[in-house]
Design a protein around this ligand. Structure first.
Ligand code: VGL
Ligand code: ZN
Length: 199
């Protein structure tokens, strides 16, 4: 299956039940992704990887609560509980995830003043992570995405993949959503409109 890669998005302890930014039933994707990965020659992982005091944390902004939206120099930013702090257990991949086969781990959100939902660009939609170049150099033209969360990091990655000219498929049964004020419906609509295959 040359030319196709599975991108496993943020299957980290903090996004699973008991974690700092737990996604409802987030851990259910682990065995499903382990099985799905067997169909792909190339597997790439993303890892949300924030320094303490990151600008996407509500605790960094005086008087702000998690899940509020504020304006940062690059645009609107939802504020989150502290999560996926570099080197913490919460930032580690779920212990059941089999990732021996992964050829690349893309860390994102490590710049203190900018968040990064997408595996391709930070939230300014300008600063690249290098993933597009990596895929092109490897001759990978089509990607399938699975992981957490459907309506944030998976969706923004899929939209950027399509925008960068990659064939993008989201394997919805291997994803779980945060669904904050209608975000799931909204992002599913955007992905459809952008030509992302939802299967
Ligand atoms: C994510 C919110 C904040 C995600 C990461 O992985 O979807 N969501 N950081
Ligand atoms: Zn994050």
């Amino acid at each position: 299956m040359a030319g196709k890669a599975l991108i496993v998005v943020d299957v980290q302890n903090d996004f699973c039940p008991g974690g700092a930014l737990a996604v409802d039933r987030g851990d259910e994707v682990v065995p499903l992704i382990n099985t799905l990965a067997k169909n792909f020659e190339h597997v790439i992982l993303t890892q949300d990887w924030h320094p303490a005091g990151h600008s996407s944390f509500a605790s960094t902004h005086k008087g702000r609560q998690a899940f509020e939206t504020i304006e940062l120099p690059y645009g609107d930013q939802t504020l989150w509980p502290d999560h996926c702090i570099q080197g913490s257990d919460g930032a580690a991949f779920h212990s059941g995830l089999v990732w021996t086969k992964a050829e690349l781990v893309v860390r994102k959100g490590f710049r203190p003043s900018i968040d990064s939902y997408s595996a391709f660009f930070e939230n300014d939609h300008k600063t690249p992570t290098g993933l597009a170049g990596y895929l092109r150099e490897r001759g990978i033209s089509d990607i399938t995405l699975a992981g957490l969360a459907t309506d944030y990091c998976v969706a923004y990655s899929a939209l950027d993949a399509a925008g960068q000219g990659f064939g993008a498929t989201v394997q919805l049964d291997c994803c779980r959503a945060i669904d904050l004020s209608g975000s799931l419906e909204k992002m599913l609509g955007k992905m459809k409109a952008a030509g992302v295959a939802l299967v």
